[in-house]
Design a protein around this ligand. Sequence first.
Ligand code: B4P
Length: 182
Amino acid sequence: MKKHLLFLGPPGAGKGTQAALLSETTSYLHLSTGELLRKEIDLATDLGKQVKDIMNKGELVSDQLVLEIVKKNLKRDNKGWILDGYPRNLSQVKSLNDVLANLNEPLEIVFYLDVPDEVLIKRLLLRGRTDDNEETIKTRLKIYKETTEPLIEYYKKLSLLRYIDANGDLKTISDDIKQKMA
Ligand code: B4P
C-alpha cells in the first residue's frame, strides 16, 4: 500500500474530511496546513497573529511560513503521511520536492477531489467556520482556480494523479480512495 499521499482540490472538496478518515485506518500522519495554522491562531502565537487576518480574508499565507510548518511536521517519525492543503501553488510544489528529496520519501499518489462549485459553496456556508462567508469563499475559489488548479496538470504529467468524484456520500468516496491506493 502507498504511504506518501497528497490530497488536492478546491476549498470544501473534503480534503480534510477524507484525509482524517484515511489517517484513522492507516495511522499515517495527517498533515493539514490549514488545521495547523488555525491551531496557531487559537493559541494566539506570534505566527497565529501574523496569519489570522490573511486567513479570514480567504487569502493564502506566505509560502515561507507554511514551508516551516510542513518541514517541522514531516520530520516526525511516522508510518506514512497524508498532505492535506499543501502544496497550493507551484512555488510550494518546488519547496515540497526539495523537502521530500532530503527525506528520501517521494510522493506516491495525488488524489484530486473534484466537486462542482455550487456544491462547494453550499457545503462551506453550512460549515460556517470564520472564513466561511460568501465574500471569503469567492476569494478562496478564485485563488484556487488561479494558483492551485495548475497543480492538477503538473501531477498528471508525472502520472501521480488519481481522480476522485468527491460529490457523493463520505463512505463511497473513502472506499474509492482506498481502492485507488492499493
Ligand atoms: P484548509 O484548512 O485547507 O480548508 P479547505 O480547503 O477550506 O477545506 P477542505 O477541502 O479540507 O474541506 P473539508 O474536508 O473541511 O484551508 C483554509 C485556509 O488556510 C486557506 O484559505 C488558507 O488561508 C490557509 N492555508 C492552508 N494551507 C495553505 C497553504 N499551503 N498555503 C497558504 N495558505 C494555506 O470539508 C468542507 C465541509 O464539507 C465540511 O463541513 C465537511 O463536513 C463537508 N463535507 C466534506 N465531505 C463531504 C461530503 N462528501 N458530502 C457532504 N459534505 C461534505
